[in-house]
Each structure stands twice: as C-alpha cells, then as structure tokens.
Design a protein around this ligand. Sequence first.
Ligand code: 5AD
Ligand code: SF4
Length: 432
Amino acid sequence: MNVYDSHRIGSILKNLGYTPTSSIAQADLVIFNTCHIREKAAEKVFSDLGRLKIIKDERSANGLDTIIGLVGCVVQAEDEEIARRVPFVDFATGPLTYHRLPEILQKVSKDRETTIIDTEFPAESKFDFLPQNTSMGGASFLAIQEGCNNFCTYCIVPYTRGVETSRPINDIISEAKILVAEGSVEINLLGQNVNSFHGIDQSGKERNLAYLLRELAEIDGLKRIRYTTSYPADVDQDLIECHRDLPQLMPYLHLPVQSGSDKILKAMNRRHSRGQYLDIVGKLKDARKDLQFSSDFIVGFPGETDSDFEDTLDLVNKVKFCQAFSFKYSRRAGTPAAIMPNQVAENIKKERLNILQNLLSSHQLSFNKESIGKIMPVLFDIKGRHKGELIGRTPYMQNLHAEIGKDFCNKIVNVKVIEATVNSLSGIVEGK
Ligand code: 5AD
Ligand code: SF4
C-alpha cells in the first residue's frame, strides 16, 4: 500500500513541476512515506531523518533550501513525537490527507519556521482529489478500499488508516481501463481488507468484491487480476466461485492467518478459528486446484506458549504455504495487546521466529523446486543485474530471472523453469 501511495504522491509532485533525482544531496524536497505497523519500521524513520538533517544543513551552508516532509501512518500515530523529536521537518501528513500536498507545500513555502501537521481523518475521499492514477508498467496497483474495522488486538492500522471505506465501482473500473490502456496487463487490487469491499455501483447498490472481480474480468487486455490483503472470515461463497470461474484471477492468494492456535486467535480478536481457516483454504482449493497460499504470521503474541506455537507449526505443515511473511509481535502503544499480561520474552520470540521461518522456507523451496521443468507464463517488469536479464512473476507470485533482453519488458512470456532457490526461479524463454 505504501508503494502505491508513493506512486500517487509522485504524480502530485510531477504536476507541481518536480522531477525525481537519484542523488539525495540534490533534492530540494524529500518526502518519507512511513509505516507504523511494527516498532522497527517506525523507528527507522527517525534514524533516516537524523541522516537527512546533516544533508539539509550542508545544503543550507551552500545557500540551498531543503523541504523535508513525512507522510503515512507514523505521522497519524506520532504527531506529537514528530514535533518534539524532529522539529526540522517542514510538514507531516497522515495517509488519508496526502492529496492536500499542493496546499501544504504552498503553506510551507510561505512559512519556513513552523512544522505543518495534518492528521485529520477527512470527510472527503482522497481518491476524488488525486491526479489520475498512472500505470506502473506491466503490473499496476489499484486501491479499491482503505481502512479496517476489524481491530485485531495487536494492530495499529484501524487507528492510522481509519475505518473501512470502499471506492465506487465505476471509479475503479474506469481507472482499471486507463491502466490497461497505458500498458498494464496485470492489476493488483489493494486495501487493508479488500474482501470486505462494499463499493456502490451506478444505481447506488452496494456490491461485493466478487461482483467487482467479474466486472474487471470483462476488460479487454487485462490478463491478470490479484487482490490483497484478504481477511479469512470475509471469504464468501461468491468469492470462492470467482476463483473457479475467472481465469484472469491468479492462482495465488495472500490470506493471513497470524497464528495456528485457537486460544491466540481469540486473544487477537480474529473472527476465525484455526479450523475455519483450514476449511476456507480447502474450499478455495476445491474451486481452483492449483491455488497456492501465502500468509502473515505473528510469533510471541502475549500469552503464546510452546504448545500454541506448535499449533502454528502444525497449521503451516497442513497448508504448505508457497510464501509467507512472519514477524515477532511488536507492542504498539494504544492497542489492547500492548497492555496484556504475559508478554513473551524477546529471546523466545527470536527463537520461535527462527524455527517458523526455517519451516516456511523449506515449504517454499519445495514448491519452487516442483516448478523445475514446467513452462509458465511470466510477466517481466524489472531489469535484473546482468545485461539482458529481466525479472518477472509467475502466476504463483514467484520471482523468475531470465536472460531475454529488454524487448520482453512488461510482457507475459512463456518460460521453462530450469533452476529454483528459496526466493527465486530462473528459466529460459520457450522457443528462443
Ligand atoms: N506486531 C507484529 N506484526 C504485526 N502485524 C500487524 N501488527 C503487528 C504487530 N503489532 C503484521 C500482521 C499483519 C502484517 C501486515 O503485519 O501479520 O498481517
Ligand atoms: Fe490490522 Fe489486518 Fe487485523 Fe485490520 S484485519 S486490524 S489491518 S491485522
């Protein structure tokens, strides 16, 4: 979501006459787009800002002004901290108000002393004020929903991105058509909780994600559709049937489970049990046989015992995720779990994370190895390190490297997989 937000911020700045630079010492304006989900991400901003302050001072000694801005969830959660710890920041705006950047920058240019902070939860939708979304290449992001009403007890998102809102169907369809016209063959629908999507259609009727997916599948030239992130309890029959019916819907689904222990899932305020999760995975697999899953995991949630952790490992062995993201529980001030008793010691969290990641990697490697010898359609969109090398994604979201030349960039090409490691595949183009 932050990559997408940064892309949109880039468009605003382009309209204001800014051009990007790869040298930070040359930048008249630097904006950090921040994440508050775990402590490590949030603290990184403050250390990066310390380094930037030195550059700002050096530029100032040479008579050059530097505007420094912060955007994103850290601003929403830590506005007072920002004013106290990094007063040299010129402006700070939350994730829901960055469409106001043109006005904010105007205010900054008039007053170089005060830090302008905007952490309002606005009545308006930023999407109505942003410049037209533009293609990011062969694959683009499209935000369809923002915010979350789930209030998992560990999570800061409902407090920073606000309550769930869905964009109108028509806006999404016309944006998707523009992205396709600009060369995108894949669209990844984004939101904190995309499968609780309830956008209104032209007649004012609320529609679900399945309806939207079927509408998008009608767009000529849109070859791949993905959506992320989904909440297990909100996977309905309609959505399952989309996986059966729509070939454009890629056979890879990010469906975070967080823990395999019912006791911990309850304490996390997740609206699904371990059994329900496994049931949904089974139904989705029945609908589309080759569907693969990825997930998020938190280890060391308050009260997690060895036996709860064993339940997580057991669930991992049952589902055999093809990819996964796993984290040590991080206390976020203001969330219910931060003040729960029985916080887990850091060394135990570390040990459990290590065990879990080794297991997840072993499944990921097996899945990747099974790809060897297969021919897969790969969407190439990133330049590799070697001359002529491109990196792309298979339908199952595996990174695949191939030496095929830049003419294939942003195209879907059939590739024979010849090698596999935990994190990537390599292959040769069929018929070349
Ligand atoms: N500590 C650790 N991980 C967290 N996540 C969200 N909040 C926390 C936290 N306090 C993880 C969840 C979520 C992913 C985006 O980040 O696994 O799915
Ligand atoms: Fe956070 Fe996701 Fe839970 Fe919403 S569903 S509170 S975004 S972890």
